[in-house]
Design a protein around this ligand. Structure first.
Ligand SMILES: NC(=O)c1ccc[n+]([C@@H]2O[C@H](COP(=O)([O-])OP(=O)(O)OC[C@H]3O[C@@H](n4cnc5c(N)ncnc54)[C@H](O)[C@@H]3O)[C@@H](O)[C@H]2O)c1
Ligand SMILES: O=P(O)(O)OC[C@@H](O)[C@@H](O)[C@H](O)[C@H](O)CO
Length: 487
């Protein structure tokens, strides 16, 4: 059994794997939600920025919001872990030194609040998944009936993302710790605007006007577009990494070589010189976010749900099935591209093609099940603008309807378990319904999942048609659904 990666064993690492000296770094960033994606994306970019600039203020305090597993993975390793790139153009393995502390919000909330209020901390980043924000799907604001939020508002030790964040902001206010920038890195449209609103909703519900004024003058919430396909690490991956590294690394992550981070340049205080590591600082992120969510994430969801319906395990396998590839191309070329305002200089069709190429990466093993999780939180942000745009332009959004139908089929049949926070209620909604039209009508009518515009007009019938085609699990039928004979 190989020794474990830690500060004590870095002397055995392959030459050049660790590029910054972890012992020299101060903590300047708090990250909430230290999952695989943060480790492969923001933390890796921070590490590279420190290497390129020599600015040692930006070590990361990484906070787990729920599971202790990541603490068990990273704390015995002094925060060190490796990033392995997989696929064409993969670079050498890199050990990341940027994470300098690992905290557990459920176990030590006061330590997290104290770190958020540390005057040396100027940036908070977040990847807590779409459901981690506890929004009311109908209004987009904070769900004030959520039990965790209710408890946080009542003054309990905070357990929710927004409750914890607000407690930290309040501590900064009362201690004069200085301005701070809150940088959401979850796949949500206008993610900075979303988090600003949720924080404001929480502060309003507290009735804390002073805090609200302090936040307005001292905190910013830049929106960001984040991109790097990062599957969950498997036991086989860990064994491969140990072979390459010569040390056991239980915190290892694997990702595609591609990565992109577009950040709204609206910071309240200092920030790392991320541009040196290729980050795009822009005045308006929205076109970038829309293009990515509507072309990449929506196509991902389409392949995940149709793939699951056909019993296909990975995205790379799904995109190689001709009928599913046709569905992906149809979604991108016929439904998204004509209804999207692309960022200046981006050819949306070429962007879509490169995304499909990335999905084909056979070395990633990104499962349809992982991509398909939490569908009730993801479908509308990824597809609603495309569907309404097509309907307004007289286009038939057949591929978008297929993605929605695929999700509905899984909800109605209950298999596999996709860990959706609304799973129980939604499967109850479909109990006893026997026709696709009834299932489509009932689920499209869920106001916290879909906007009202999708429940009227031709869209429900299209979803029902797609549902029937997909339920047969026959690629010939699917192909005929996607490209019907002209009547
Ligand atoms: N994995 C990717 O390819 C990728 C790419 C771009 C963006 N993202 C964004 O990052 C998010 C996390 O992805 P990941 O791959 O790190 O997933 P992960 O499962 O490895 O980590 C999820 C993190 O979110 C936290 N979390 C989950 N539910 C929560 C809740 N209800 N409240 C608070 N925290 C909660 C977990 O504790 C964990 O730290 C995604 O949901 C997405 O928004 C992921
Ligand atoms: O991470 P989620 O759960 O929001 O979505 C699943 C995938 O679509 C997503 O993680 C992509 O891999 C990622 O957004 C690529 O940058």
């Amino acid at each position: 059994m190989a020794e474990r990666l830690s500060l004590a064993t870095i002397g055995s690492l392959p030459a050049g794997a660790l590029r910054v000296d972890p012992n020299r770094l101060a903590i300047g960033i708090v990250h909430l939600g230290v999952g695989a994606f943060h480790r492969a994306h923001q933390a890796a970019i921070v590490d590279e920025t420190i290497e390129m600039t020599g600015d040692e203020r930006w070590g990361i305090s990484a906070v787990t919001m729920r599971s202790e597993q990541v603490v068990e993975q990273l704390a015995p390793q002094d925060g060190l872990y490796s990033v392995t790139e997989r696929g064409a153009g993969a670079g050498p393995i890199r050990v990341i030194g940027a994470i300098r502390e690992v905290l557990s919000a459920p176990r030590e909330p006061e330590a997290v609040v104290a770190r958020l209020a540390d005057p040396a901390v100027a940036v908070v980043t977040l990847t807590v998944t779409e459901k981690g924000y506890r929004r009311d799907g109908r209004t987009g604001g904070l769900d004030l009936s959520d039990p965790g939020t209710v408890a946080d508002l009542g003054g309990a030790a905070p357990t929710t993302t927004i409750g914890l964040l607000v407690r930290g902001l309040d501590r900064r206010r009362t201690t004069g710790a200085g301005p701070i920038s809150v940088v959401c890195c979850d796949n949500l449209p206008e993610n900075g605007v979303v988090v600003r609103r949720l924080v404001a909703d929480f502060v309003d519900a507290l009735g804390a006007a002073d805090l609200g004024e302090w936040i307005a003058s001292n905190a910013t919430f830049p929106s960001t577009m984040v991109d790097r396909i990062t599957p969950a690490t498997t036991a086989d991956d860990l064994a491969d990494v140990a072979d390459g590294l010569g040390l056991e690394d239980r915190g290892a992550v694997l990702a595609e070589p591609f990565r992109q981070w577009v950040v709204e340049d609206d910071f309240a205080g200092a920030r790392p010189d991320w541009e040196r590591a290729g980050v795009q600082m822009v005045s308006d992120v929205l076109p970038w976010e829309s293009a990515k969510l509507r072309l990449l994430n929506a196509t991902h969801s389409l392949l995940a749900y149709t793939g699951l319906a056909l019993g296909i395990g990975t995205i790379a396998e799904a995109v190689s099935v001709p009928a599913l590839r046709r569905a992906a191309e149809r979604l991108q070329r016929d439904e998204v591209v004509p209804t999207l305002i692309a960022p200046e200089g981006l050819d949306a069709r070429v962007y879509g093609d490169t995304i499909l190429e990335r999905f084909r990466n056979p070395a990633l093993g990104h499962t349809t099940r992982q991509v398909g999780s939490d569908g009730s939180q993801k479908l509308a942000p990824r597809l609603a603008d495309t569907i309404t745009g097509c309907l307004a332009a007289g286009r038939s959004p057949r591929a978008s309807a297929l993605a929605v139908a695929g999700w509905m089929l899984l909800v109605a049949t209950g298999a596999p378990d996709l860990s959706d926070p609304l799973a129980d209620r939604l499967s109850g909604v479909t109990t006893g319904l026997s026709t696709a039209r009834d299932v489509a009508g009932a689920l499209l009518g869920q106001r916290d999942v879909f906007p009202p515009a999708l429940a009227v007009g031709e869209f429900p019938s299209l979803v029902a048609e797609a549902y029937d085609a997909l339920a047969l699990a026959d690629t010939v039928v699917l192909a005929a659904y996607l490209d019907p004979e002209p009547s």
